[in-house]
Design a protein. Structure first.
Length: 113
């Protein structure tokens, strides 16, 4: 069984992760030990209050490794989203920006070869 002692020490402003996928800040901790994060209330064991088997989330300790993994994924996802918008013509680029993108991406192809 995972160690849940870290939950007992949470206070407003502390970082937690939701399901190990999203980094959020604790908004408040009630006198009964319930934890409010992102407008949702979690029980003192970290399980979401009122969650169902289809829609359930839980608090996971925000360790440096988990935070790094989450922020890395968010950065990569954001880069992909912007690249998609450039490809679809939703973001205009000038000649200099286009050349910079070509140089950058061409460098990836050479590294992969």
């Amino acid at each position: 069984m995972p160690n849940k002692d870290w939950i007992k020490n949470l206070k407003p402003g502390d970082q937690v992760t939701i399901n190990g996928k999203y980094v959020k800040l604790v908004e408040r901790v009630t006198p009964s030990g319930r934890i409010v994060v992102g407008g949702a209330t979690y029980n003192s064991d970290g399980s979401m209050r009122g969650g169902s088997s289809w829609n359930h989330s839980w608090l996971v300790e925000a360790t440096p490794d988990i935070i790094e993994r989450i922020t890395s994924k968010e950065t990569i996802d954001r880069a992909r989203q912007l690249a998609r918008q450039v490809c679809e013509g939703k973001i205009d680029v000038d000649l200099q920006q286009a050349q910079s993108l070509i140089d950058l991406i061409s460098g990836w192809n050479e590294e992969a070869a």
